[in-house]
Write a protein that binds this ligand. Structure first.
Ligand code: DLL
Length: 446
């Protein structure tokens, strides 16, 4: 039964052109829309026929795949949410028998059971191809040596980049995240042109270079592809100048495929091209769920166009961004994600994202780029403390007090927030090996 779903069925590309061949340059706006329409229709049909959860949701909304004719019709279909994923734990959203799944991944999330995702052979092929395409678009080339510092395992970062880089023809060093001493030794000795990892882990690597007295700009690196967590232009500047590289952003999430949903192409920093032949984006108002036009800021919603194991219909990512027109391509771009709606802190009536703190802190004189945000409720009022760290050359008590005052002042004048800044000893904050834990919430649970 499941064999009847082909990601290419009914499309102008039926007959087996691999997705890898569908570079943005290949597709006119008209062809892209034809392809999306055919694939959306096939995906809705596949989900309805093979996923009881998705069918029940469509039926409850009084809809069937026959109600879909054009991409505008998609907005009538129900969202899929994290709660649906949890409710279906572990395999309830699969639309193929478990035995056809070749790989499982899971993301731990902050609470409760992990979110489990599965891949058929076709899905792994699509993922590998789109990752190869993404790495190439960011500037990677066949023959490059690529150090992969994303964690291998249930997290999609490690294996996603691994197979994509191999497909492109790179020499992959599968070092994974952590063991930072060895990481630096390998970088120094192997001289990779490319590196992949989380942006916060790159800072840990930078520290290790400094500790060893080695020059991070002297190991031949040219391009880094980073993602897995929100990061700011300030952090990009820190990483680019620290390593002497171009630092490109890559966005993705396990529920949709893993890394590879969108990438900053070489020379186009600040906006990520969404591979719209494989993932269909919408922006909605996070409070009402109402669709918003291109250009408006809101929550990103994604529908998969070629996934077989787990077709995702209108998945609410909770990531906040906006859609921008394509550049040299029919495929639209998205602004760098500034945070997740559920990471937003509301402090005495002011909304703030950890990235806004990062923007103020990174590059502050005397402070290292590491930080954590501590929330507490000392006298029934919420309070925020920024845990920062002195740079070794600025670690005197007076220099720390000054740096703390400067940062508190910057945060007050840009975000309107009164915060306490505690500047610890050099090396006192925990170092990230993957996704950084930014918020420590000490407030009593009510
Ligand atoms: O983080 C997949 C990934 C791995 C993407 C490596 C890029 C590089 P999850 O563990 O399921 O998957 O977490 C997905 O991480 O919904 C965002 O909130 C956040 N995220 C991922 N990439 C970015 C990014 C992977 N470039 C969740 N900018 C997503 C901001 C990001 N947030």
């Amino acid at each position: 039964m499941t064999a009847s779903f082909s990601p290419f069925a009914g499309s102008p590309f039926a007959g087996g052109r691999a997705p890898e061949a569908l570079t943005p340059e290949d597709l006119s706006a008209g062809d892209l829309q034809l392809l999306q329409t055919a694939r959306l229709s096939a995906t809705l049909r596949h989900a309805y026929d093979h996923s009881p959860v998705q069918r029940a949701k469509m039926q409850a909304a009084g809809l069937s795949p026959d109600d879909f004719r054009a991409p505008e019709d998609l907005r009538r279909f129900p969202f899929t949410t994290k709660a649906d994923m949890r409710g279906a734990y572990p395999f309830g959203l699969f639309a193929v028998p478990r035995a056809q799944i070749l790989r499982l991944h899971a993301s731990s999330g902050t609470t409760g059971k992990p979110t489990v995702v599965g891949y058929t052979a076709e899905d792994l092929e699509v993922w590998t191809a789109v990752m190869a395409r993404a790495i190439r678009a960011a500037g990677g080339r066949p023959g490059d040596l690529a150090q992969n510092a994303f964690g291998y395992g249930l997290f999609t970062g490690g294996l996603g980049f691994h197979y994509g880089a191999e497909r492109l023809g790179c020499t992959v060093v599968p070092v994974s995240g952590g063991m930072t001493e060895r990481q630096v030794t390998l970088m120094h000795d192997f001289r990779p042109r490319l590196i992949f990892g989380t942006p916060s882990y790159m800072l840990s690597i930078l520290d290790e270079f400094a500790r060893r007295g080695l020059d991070p700009r002297g190991c031949g690196l040219e391009i880094g592809i980073f993602g897995g967590e929100p990061w700011t232009e300030a952090l990009r500047a820190e990483i680019e100048s620290g390593f002497g590289i171009a630092a490109q952003d890559n966005y993705g999430l396990s529920e949709i495929i893993g890394p590879g949903v969108a990438i900053e192409k070489a020379g186009d920093q600040g906006a990520l091209t969404i591979w719209e032949d494989l993932f269909y984006p919408e922006i909605i108002d996070p409070d009402t769920g109402a669709p918003l036009p291109d250009g408006a800021a809101g929550e990103l919603v994604l529908t998969t166009l070629a996934n077989t194991a787990m077709p995702m219909i209108r998945y609410r990512t909770r990531d906040l961004t906006r859609l921008l027109p394509g550049k040299g391509s029919a495929m639209r771009r998205m602004e760098k994600v500034r945070g997740r709606s559920d990471d937003m802190i509301i402090l005495r009536g002011v909304n703030v994202f950890p990235t806004q703190i990062e923007s103020q802190l990174v590059g502050c004189a005397g402070l290292a780029p590491h930080f954590q945000i501590e929330l507490s409720r000392p006298q029934r009022m919420d309070a925020m403390a920024i845990l920062a760290e002195a740079l070794p050359a600025h670690a005197t008590p007076e220099a720390r007090r000054q740096a703390g005052r400067d940062l508190a002042h910057r945060i007050k004048s840009t975000l309107g927030l009164t915060v306490e800044v505690r500047v610890g000893d050099p090396g006192s904050l925990p170092r990230s090996e993957g996704k950084a834990r930014r918020v420590i919430d000490l407030r009593p649970k009510d």
